[in-house]
Write a protein that binds this ligand. Sequence first.
Ligand SMILES: Cc1cc2nc3c(=O)[nH]c(=O)nc-3n(C[C@H](O)[C@H](O)[C@H](O)COP(=O)(O)OP(=O)(O)OC[C@H]3O[C@@H](n4cnc5c(N)ncnc54)[C@H](O)[C@@H]3O)c2cc1C
Ligand code: SF4
Length: 563
Amino acid sequence: MDRLSSPTNDIKKHYPIVIVGSGYGGAIAASRLSRAGQQVCLFERGIERHPGQFPNDEEETLHEIQTNLPHRYTGKRTALYDFHINDTMTILVGCGLGGTSLINANVALRPDSRLFDDPGWPQELREDVNSRLEEGFRRAEKMLNPKPYPQHFPRLDKLEALEQSAADMGANCYRLPINVTFEDGLNQAGVEQKACILCGDCISGCNHWAKNTTLMNYLPDAKNHGAEIFTGVTVRRIERQDDGWLLHYQLLKGDQEAFGGPELSVGAGIVILAAGTLGSTEILLRSKAAGLSLSNKLGHKFSGNGDVGGIAYNTDRPVGSVGFGPRNPKKSKPVGPTITGIIDLRNEAEVDQGIVIEEGAVPGSLARGLPVGLSKAARLVGEDTDRGLWDKLTELARRWISLIRGAYHGAVLHSQLYLVMSHDDSGGRLILKDDRIRILWPDVGQQEFVNRVNLNLEKATRALGGTFVENPAWRMLPSNNMVTAHPLGGCIMAEDSEAGVVNHKGQVFSSSSGSDVYEGLYVNDGAIIPRSLGANPLLTISAVAERSCKLMADDRGWQIKYD
Ligand SMILES: Cc1cc2nc3c(=O)[nH]c(=O)nc-3n(C[C@H](O)[C@H](O)[C@H](O)COP(=O)(O)OP(=O)(O)OC[C@H]3O[C@@H](n4cnc5c(N)ncnc54)[C@H](O)[C@@H]3O)c2cc1C
Ligand code: SF4
């Protein structure tokens, strides 16, 4: 595949449409609007990496971490893994051409349809669930091409272990649709993709052309239809200019931003912010501080999507949930894509009580630290779910085998990673402090959903005879720190500016009251989702983005040529 981005020297003074960010929201807007014949420019703060250039061992991984700590920032601004560590919540997002799709676990799951009855969604969207929104889901599924792990592929220990847990819990378990390619061939955007080699390293970035990130589909599609794409460009704020917009940005090459490099600007007729929940909210908070009139709800209703993690450590069966990393694929037992199965517990009378439990793989680049790390965590916060002298002795032996022989043996080989989504109260608040986005959410770790999830994870672990290990930061720190990979909200959609920041089309409200909007300013990403989804969010973010692009085109008499 040719490179998609152009040199930043080619950035023009003005574009009819500027999109900020290249995850699902940004890539979808770039593809659809360039297919509508519009001249589109896309800015992404991260760099363009292709399969083969993602970190594969510990040293490479460490170079690709940037961290926003409460009082300082570490790492390089274009590093792939962007951690935001706050008192009560830690968030991981991606940075690079393709956004968080580069490092996610590929699951394309539809949410419980009853969630769209929530009056938190604007009425126009609720009325569209079976028409425009359904069309959005179908269009996104066509491009992202999710498929369940094929029945004729090798059996996977981690999937079978999940099935064993589900059978013991009397729960529904099935293979999830995942954005992974299982057969060599050209995809919908004309990119040659390869069949998955089952290495389990999806969340450190796929080096084998098998992961259907936006870099493989929507972004090349946009480029094929004339979009101009620039990387290493971070947008700081926007301001009104005549009947359009001025975007203030910095180039990240040579760490200019870190050392206060010059601020440049570009004009735009329409601006579409798709910098993710944290990025889009941050840009609007800065713009508001500089005088742009916006809703007072900006930054409110942040959700961590009820995410909870847990580990069944040292179970009675092999689980094999550590990716290959630099190991020879031909000599390694298949791990499978990061997530393949789900225990679906959403069939509850109250939709907010629903949870999903998925099994996960740890990237092989992190294998070295696992034997000691997991053993310590199990000692500190673990609860063994089975008893008996023989059981104790075999568990002890496996623990030592892992410590001596490494993560592909003994206790770590017998450990299952659980990733859970449920429902929090969307009570977080994003603010700008020292020019950086921070989260205020004092009680998130004390909310009822955490204990409910942990009870279910304990049952899933008991079925395997393992030691249940909760998130140690939640269990041990006074702040009950939670971790999420699914930040949502901050610029939520609503019927008016008293309730939210954008309307049902993603257009930004232009004052603190009423429903007037800036015609040419949109937010099109996870920031506009008004509540937790209780499922992996990428497909919903994509469906809503597809719907907004269609409405944007319809409002202006543009035809999107989908085929
Ligand atoms: C480890 C992990 C696993 C996950 N697994 C799944 C899964 O299996 N299924 C699922 O549904 N979801 C998953 N997610 C979440 C999912 O990937 C995100 O919800 C989704 O990518 C959000 O899409 P988005 O368009 O809102 O933003 P993003 O994909 O985050 O894209 C935003 C982009 O904007 C760029 N940007 C930010 N600020 C600026 C700026 N100022 N200027 C220019 N560019 C900027 C960022 O670098 C980024 O490229 C996972 C996330 C992680 C971290
Ligand atoms: S399992 Fe490996 S080859 Fe397959 S999608 Fe994930 S990273 Fe790519």
